[in-house]
Design a binder for this molecule. Structure first.
Ligand code: GDP
Length: 222
């Protein structure tokens, strides 16, 4: 399961505008700043394919042909698109806008919700959602809510714990990434009675990279 070719195809603002060639796809989603761009780059090992940014919510800002979801989103500088990357000419990695950006007013969050939820519910070639969870900080309610929503709607998901290389810090609750991962899994288990497939990753050490690619290959071959 190696990436020999990766190509940015398009940014879409609606599910209907996404590529229509019918090849399978995997969507990466998570809170802003979770490390999504870094993971995408680490998966395809290209420095410039997805653009990492320090400013939450701007990850698709520099990609050409990217339109803002609405004037309101543009006015606060948050371009929100569904970005398709074709891998090995046979499947897509899809970068979805990050959620939970604190600066966005309630109406915008609702817009964001409608937009991505429509994609999850109606994109027939979506094989699995890869939900990114920051393992370097304590469990966030919004991540649990997100996982619950996916579960309730029977959308297949894989939990990708990010930043597993980070050391515990007092200001982050004083727990190691492994402990935060365990907390998250326990809370999810309370809800689902089971834990979805999960992988621990780091874009710094490339931990989990091969495991993710292998998991995607297995899911494609079902
Ligand atoms: P995005 O907003 O989800 O796309 O997040 P980015 O990929 O832009 O990363 C947000 C911040 O977290 C940046 O400062 C990254 O350098 C940092 N970061 C991302 N992944 C990792 C990781 O695996 N380990 C560590 N230590 N930091 C990371």
């Amino acid at each position: 399961a190696q990436v020999v070719q990766a190509e940015f195809v398009k940014s879409s603002v609606r599910t209907e505008d996404c590529p229509s060639d019918g090849i399978p796809e995997f969507a990466l989603v998570g809170r802003s700043n979770v490390g999504k761009s870094s993971l995408l780059n680490s998966l395809v090992r290209r420095k410039k394919l997805a653009l990492t940014s320090k400013k939450p919510g701007k990850q698709c800002g520099s990609i050409p042909f990217c339109f803002s979801l609405s004037f309101a989103l543009a006015s606060i500088g948050k371009t929100q698109c569904i970005n398709h990357f074709r891998i090995n000419d046979s499947w897509y990695l899809v970068d979805l806008p990050g959620y939970g950006f604190a600066a966005a007013p309630h109406e915008l969050r609702t817009d964001w919700d409608k937009f991505t939820k429509d994609y999850f519910l109606n994109r027939s070639t979506l094989v699995s959602v890869f939900l990114l969870i920051d393992a370097s900080i304590p469990v966030k309610k919004i991540d649990l809510e997100y996982a619950s929503w996916l579960g309730q709607n029977q959308i297949p998901m894989t939990l990708i714990f990010t930043k597993c290389d980070k050391r515990k810090k007092k200001k982050n609750g004083g727990k190691r990434p492994e402990e935060n991962v365990q907390d998250f899994q326990e809370l999810i288990r309370d809800f689902f009675q089971t834990v979805p497939p999960w992988i621990m990753t780091s874009s710094v050490t490339n931990q989990g990279r091969d495991e993710i690619l292998l998991h995607m290959a297995q899911l494609r071959n079902y």
